[in-house]
Ligand binder design. Sequence first.
Ligand SMILES: C[S@@+](CC[C@H](N)C(=O)[O-])C[C@H]1O[C@@H](n2cnc3c(N)ncnc32)[C@H](O)[C@@H]1O
Length: 217
Amino acid sequence: MSEGPSRTTAAGSESADGDSPTAADSSADPRATSGTRAISDTVLNVGAGEQGDGNVTLDLLSAVGPDVQGTATTLPFADETFDVVEMDQVLEHIAPERLGDVFEECYRVLRADGRLEAWVPHAASRLYDQDPTHRSRWTHGTPEYFADGNFSWYYDNRAFAFDLVDREVTVWVLEDAPLSGVRSVLLQTAHRLLEWDDGVVYRPSVSGSIHFTLRKV
Ligand SMILES: C[S@@+](CC[C@H](N)C(=O)[O-])C[C@H]1O[C@@H](n2cnc3c(N)ncnc32)[C@H](O)[C@@H]1O
């Protein structure tokens, strides 16, 4: 279920892919920057999967055992129920035309001053590319489309208003050797010259994760 640069499963997922973050990239684990939740906060985890935490977990799939089966586009909760809504490796699975619905719903169920915390894979990474269930692309600038900022007018007709209060992009290499960047270039060249893997070359060895926090206005 997990797909790599996750808040909760970053290292394990990389291993599943045959690679692991380097020691030098230990700061790449987005958990290091997610300690903003107060003990008293009421947390809804949307798209929680099998291991998501939170006071209430919701997922599209009943098979993963959520507290509530449902969809992020129509959250089955009353207005202003939660202090925090978390979505870890979920938004990229939402079709672009439905993202507005998801942000409206998060806004609606959040209390005044509530926070939406999201983690998404960076679109320019192998772990984004390889998953056929990914529907929307996220880069450093994308959260600005859903918050006060340069591009918020795209969603002026929507019933949500957020401030973008925190955002960081973490990039790391997936190989455990020194000089892995150089090695990546050499590998790419070898792939091209020798036509390994039918000549298909990934953006090798680089992965990225975006964590951002929106505050309900
Ligand atoms: C990649 S998994 C991430 C699971 C977990 N958050 C984690 O970090 O390990 C994506 C999850 O989002 C769920 N999901 C996808 N679309 C959804 C939607 N529209 N509403 C609710 N959950 C959804 C999937 O069923 C899946 O459990």
